[in-house]
Design a protein around this ligand. Structure first.
Ligand SMILES: [Zn+2]
Length: 428
């Protein structure tokens, strides 16, 4: 199946390409770029043509931090709805976290997810397997078998391993297989009962706090263990300026460490929790304006490699509990591009090319995924955006099964308009 994406502004940070051209896809892979005139108005013989004039054309976005909730929590999300949400947001690849039921801690579950995604998915799905069995933090998973089954990386995400000896052995094990360990950074002895950022707003609300230092201590330990073991480390959802500083130090010291932050840490502060808004509750929590500014600076100078959403669907009845008892996490896939374009690119905080790099080649590189590029021979995964389109976030229109977003009613600029996976239009 040949497809030509005609006359768009093709922007591919992996090759430095940024010009109006035709993008030619064939048999599921990128064939190449050609000047607009050469392929003619209707394309070449036997080709379907997509008119991309006036649109931005990029590699399909890559989100390395997503909760698809299948198996076990299909009332929140499943592979079908989660990848529909991905495609609606311009994402063509998602890496799914292992806190399912059963957890992704056996080769059978890894294979089950890959098979389900191939049958029902609108995006590529790369399963992340757990570091410890059932993410219980003690016995290590069978890393070699999980890798052989198709696990793309290893993480206990929201259940961070507290024992440093276990973490060291886990990293040594993963280093042998070249797998990246992705860590939620938290010293949980400092966060018992915490529900939002420790500070003035939490005090005014009477809500137990999660201090910033709990994340910074967790990140520092994991960075030091990465240096010791040589294991590739990826810091998940960085929310504090100090953790960004620690990542900067790790890179200067030559440690194999990368990091991500999420759109909500770049657009909100803990003030969004006011009114006991559980749709602004996530872990790590929204921090301060100072942290938000530091995260933007760290994206700009390349310290933070990637933007990932931590898409975490929860049902309405779960989020409508008392603030302290509501689960952590918010949706991300369908609002990520618009939030980043409106609040970082259009404001001049981040160049468009850097924003796209943070959502394509950089996250792919952090885990060694063969996506996030339009180089000839790469998978034909493409996203088209209308940068002039203005739209209002309407949770009722989400493809996700859940509605837990703090961005309802936000006016955004920049909208995904078409998503192509393996040369096939999955969403137009
Ligand atoms: Zn997560």
């Amino acid at each position: 199946m040949k497809l030509i994406v005609r006359g768009g502004r093709v922007l591919d940070p992996s090759t430095g390409l940024d010009r109006v051209s035709d993008l030619i896809l064939d048999d599921g892979v990128v064939v190449g770029i050609s000047p607009v005139a050469e392929t003619g108005r209707d394309g070449m013989d036997g080709m379907d043509v997509v008119d991309a004039s006036g649109l931005l054309v990029t590699p399909g976005l890559v989100d390395i931090h997503v909760h698809l909730r299948e198996p076990g929590f299909e009332y929140k999300e499943d592979i079908e709805s989660g990848t529909l949400a991905a495609a609606a947001g311009g994402f063509t690849s998602v890496c799914c976290m292992p806190n399912t039921d059963p957890a992704i801690d056996t080769p059978a579950v890894v294979r089950q997810i890959i098979e389900r995604a191939e049958a029902a998915g609108s995006a590529r799905v790369f399963p992340i397997a757990s570091l410890t069995r059932a993410m219980a933090g003690d016995r290590l998973s069978e890393i070699a078998e999980l890798k052989a089954a198709g696990a793309c990386a290893i993480s206990d995400d929201a259940f961070p391993v507290q024992n440093s000896e276990t973490m060291r052995r886990g990293m040594e094990y993963c280093a042998q297989f070249g797998l990246t360990v992705m860590t939620h950074n938290e010293d949980q002895s400092l966060t018992v009962g915490g529900a939002m950022n420790e500070g003035f707003v939490a005090t005014m609300m009477g809500v137990p706090g999660i201090p910033r230092v709990s994340e910074d201590i967790g990140a520092a330990r994991n960075i030091l263990l990465s240096r010791l073991t040589g294991c590739r480390l990826h810091l998940l959802h960085i929310s504090t300026g100090t953790t960004a500083q620690l990542l900067r130090w790790a890179k200067e010291a030559g440690a194999p460490v990368t990091g991500e932050t999420a759109p909500h840490y770049l657009t909100l502060t803990d003030e969004a929790c006011q009114g006991f808004n559980a749709n602004a509750k996530m872990n790590p929590p929204l921090r301060t304006a100072k942290d938000r500014a530091a995260l933007k600076a760290a994206l700009r100078d390349g310290t933070i490699d990637a933007i990932a959403t931590d898409h975490a669907p929860h049902a309405r009845h779960e989020k409508e509990r008392e603030f302290d008892k509501a689960p952590f996490g918010i949706l991300g896939l369908e609002t990520a591009f618009g939030l980043i374009y409106t609040h970082l690119v259009a404001t001049g905080d981040l160049a468009l090319g850097d924003a796209i790099r943070c959502m394509t080649s950089a996250p792919a590189r952090a885990l060694g995924l063969p996506v996030g590029t339009l180089q000839p021979g790469a998978p034909a995964d493409v996203a088209l955006f209308d940068l002039n389109a203005r739209w209002t976030v309407d949770p009722a229109a989400f493809r996700s099964k859940s509605r837990n977003t703090p961005f309802a009613g936000w006016e955004l600029q920049g909208k995904p308009v078409m998503t192509i996976v393996g040369g096939r239009v999955v969403r137009a």
